[in-house]
Ligand binder design. Structure first.
Ligand code: NAI
Length: 699
């Protein structure tokens, strides 16, 4: 069992012990009810303390049980809490470090709560598209007051125990211990002090009201609506807390259960729970065991102080890791450092970064023009021009100067990492680290595993990614890796849609309504249309039979590269990001359409969304089958964190699973019949066809 029972004089102590955060899995729940039975049966025991071993009181549900039948098996959490409430002897929660979700609900079921300062307290269920499901919505408002409780339940954010203890009239904590170290002794003393109190206080018996009543909840509802347009859970949080103020406790509990179970079935909650697990799974590489010995990375070098180099350097400075930046010319270094300063200063101005932190970070940055200065660093990340000749020169130098065992990484977005590795005598130490722009902001990192990349290099860079707070996904070597290889097909479909009758604004609007942070044309303007143009020019040589719309090329021939030139698919006003439709661009599209002899047709939003999203899905199925991606959920992570795919859809693969792969294939077969589209592309990837035929899903 993952909870231990011991007796200290007249106090029984039940210690949750289910590392890492004392998740309330079945064996822990059994441990609690067993302990309660023993304590109540032992005449020498006068009161009972429940606490957590190690680094938490309890983090709530055990994620290992997620979606398994064990999660609901008796005693479920509600039953455990009933056991605590009904105990004839006082139960005292001794809370420290982390009390979240079910962990906090467990504590709220105790008669008393003693907390250590510094404890993170939260009901984070809303982040999984749910509401708390074990009484949290009914008990927290009773101890904290309606406003503070609703705020915690709607945001899901953690608040420190000492802040909560300062709320006037709060009854969440009966006592705040002097320190974390003294919690155990203070909780024991407290338990003895209340041993004879009867009747025992129950949170359920406390009153729950807001002085403004309905007006307050109307106000709260309006606030929440603006914040959560794609998710039903936040509005339900308001409903259920309102119920706490209006109905009897047991009716409130029944309503909580109803809402909880209904939310469990929503596609939004399924998507969020999928992402929660996908993010954890992404860091695991099938053939690299978690105990693989890792290399120490205490300092890094960045080659190239341009757009990417500067952003990459900032990630490491933020994490307290010294960075040495190398460029060819002093001016380039000065420019790079100035940009980093400007970025940090903007954060200081906004109050997001303290001046002393900024100073500390800048002190970790040094620059050089000489490769010989790099030999002490543990890892180097190259971010120079995207030309294979330049990469060759750089990697030969790195091979010459870097110490044995150093990791040599490239931020290339399109070049062959195996080829880059071959420029060195140590291809096992070479890996791709594909950051996304702006590199100091975007969470995604594609880790490109070369043919010869050593396992300990993979393990090390996954850890480094965590340190710099990136979500890393492993990709094999191929043109565009996972994300850009898929986006190329998406862009191609966007082009066909223009030729067939859409305007850029119509396509963007449909995709944004679907939930994309930006439609494909606004995204092109942001990234620079010249990038896609360069790739297409290469494709025209490599794949002369591949069908492309020429509209984007015509746009680029006009020099409309996007935001950076003030004009792309849309017009832009300096300093603003608003995309203003441009009549000339629309006319250009119409003329081109006419030249091709195409009669425009009205295309529905549904067709736009399906063609764009399913183009991602079909290419992704090839990527999976080729082993470029290890699992479908990795692809979802890439699209959510790197390409603004809506979280409430759970990523393209999860979305396809929810639509049903049979339906996805049917749609592809329909698209293949469109003479203006690319029938070859719409042939379902073999993996997709197989899964659809077998009634299976990607995830
Ligand atoms: P950039 O042109 O802004 O910066 C490149 C920098 O490298 C320049 O400052 C240049 O002076 C320096 N440089 C060139 N040759 C050098 C050499 N031999 N030694 C030292 N420094 C040298 O380019 P950007 O956008 O930062 O791209 C860099 C790399 O990152 C490329 O491989 C690109 O494909 C990749 N990348 C770019 C993304 C983007 O959105 N810009 C996204 C992901 C990857």
């Amino acid at each position: 069992m993952t909870a231990q029972y011991q007796v200290d004089g007249d106090v029984a102590i039940i210690t949750l012990n289910n590392p890492p955060v004392n998740g309330l899995g079945l064996s822990t729940r059994l441990g609690i009810t067993d302990g309660m039975a023993q304590a109540n049966a032992d005449a020498a025991v006068k009161s009972i303390v429940i606490t957590g071993a190690g680094k938490a009181f309890s983090g709530g549900a055990d994620i290992k049980e997620f979606g398994s039948p064990k999660a609901g098996q008796e005693p479920n959490l509600l039953s455990v809490i009933t056991v605590l409430e009904n105990s004839a002897k006082p139960v005292i929660a001794a809370i420290h470090t982390v009390a979240m979700g079910g962990g906090l609900e467990l504590a709220l079921g105790c008669h008393y709560r003693v907390a250590a300062p510094g404890t993170s307290v939260a009901l984070p269920e809303v982040k999984l598209g749910l509401i708390p499901g074990a009484g949290g919505t009914q008990r927290l408002p009773r101890v904290l007051g309606v406003e503070a409780a609703l705020n915690m339940i709607v945001s899901g954010e953690a608040i420190k125990s000492e802040m909560l203890a300062m709320l006037p009239g709060q009854k969440l904590f009966d006592k705040l211990s002097v320190s974390a170290e003294t919690l155990a002794a203070e909780a024991l003393a407290f338990a003895r002090s209340v041993a004879d109190v009867r009747p025992l206080p129950l949170v359920r018996d406390l009153k729950c009201k807001h002085p403004l009543g309905d007006a307050y909840f109307q106000f709260a509802r309006n606030m929440v609506k603006g914040m959560s347009k794609n998710f039903p859970a936040p509005a339900k949080c308001v409903d259920i807390v309102e119920i706490a103020t209006k109905k009897k406790f047991d009716d409130g509990m029944a309503a909580e259960r109803d809402i909880f179970l209904n939310l469990m079935l929503t596609s939004e909650s399924k998507a969020l729970r999928h992402l929660f697990l996908a993010e954890r799974a992404a860091s695991k590489i099938p053939d690299v065991p978690s105990d693989t010995a890792q290399r120490a990375i205490d300092s890094i070098a960045v080659i190239g102080a341009g757009t990417m180099g500067g952003g990459i350097a900032m990630n490491f400075l933020n994490a307290g890791i010294p960075v040495k930046m190398l460029e060819m010319k002093q001016e380039a270094l000065d420019r790079g450092v100035a940009t980093i300063r400007k970025n940090y200063e903007a954060q200081v101005k906004k109050g997001k970064l303290k001046q002393d932190k900024y100073d500390q970070r800048m002190a970790l940055l040094t620059t050089t023009l000489s490769y010989d200065d790099l030999n002490g660093t543990d890892m180097v990340i190259e971010a120079v021009f995207e030309e294979i000749g330049v990469k060759e020169a750089v990697f030969k130098e790195l091979d010459r100067v870097m110490k044995p065992g150093a990791i040599l990484a490239s931020n290339t977005s399109t070049l062959d990492v195996d080829k880059i590795a071959s420029f060195t005598k140590r291809p096992q130490d070479v890996v791709g680290l594909h950051f996304f722009s702006p590199a100091n902001v975007m969470k995604l990192l594609e880790v490109v595993r070369g043919k010869e990349t050593a396992k300990d290099v993979m393990a090390t860079v996954m850890t480094v990614a965590k340190k710099i707070r990136k979500t890393a996904v492993v990709s094999g070597v191929c043109d565009g890796f996972i994300g850009n290889r898929m986006i190329e097909q998406y862009g191609r479909q966007g082009g066909f849609l223009l030729d067939e009758g859409c305007t850029p604004a119509q396509v963007d609007k449909a995709m944004e309504k679907f939930g994309m942070a930006m439609g494909p044309f606004r995204m092109g303007d942001l990234a620079g249309n010249d990038i896609g143009w360069a790739i297409r020019k290469r494709r025209y040589q490599e794949k002369p039979n591949m069908k492309y719309s020429k509209t984007a090329d015509l746009l680029c021939e006009k020099g409309r590269f996007g935001q950076k030139t003030g004009a792309g698919w849309y017009d832009y006003v300096a300093g603003k990001r608003d995309a203003i439709p441009n009549a000339e661009v629309v006319a250009m599209i119409e003329e081109h359409r006419k030249a091709l002899g195409i009669t425009p047709r009205k295309i529905s939003d549904e067709e736009i969304v399906q063609r764009l999203v399913f183009s991602l899905v079909n290419e992704a199925a090839h990527i999976l089958e080729e082993g470029i991606a290890n699992k479908a959920s990795d692809i979802d992570i890439v699209y959510i964190f790197g390409y603004g795919f809506p979280a409430h859809r759970g990523g393209p693969m999860n979305y396809a699973d929810q639509v049903g792969l049979f339906n996805v294939v049917q749609a592809m077969n329909r698209f293949a019949l469109n003479p203006l589209d690319d029938a070859n592309f719409w042939k379902p990837a073999p993996l997709l066809a197989r899964l659809a035929a077998e009634g299976k899903t990607f995830n």
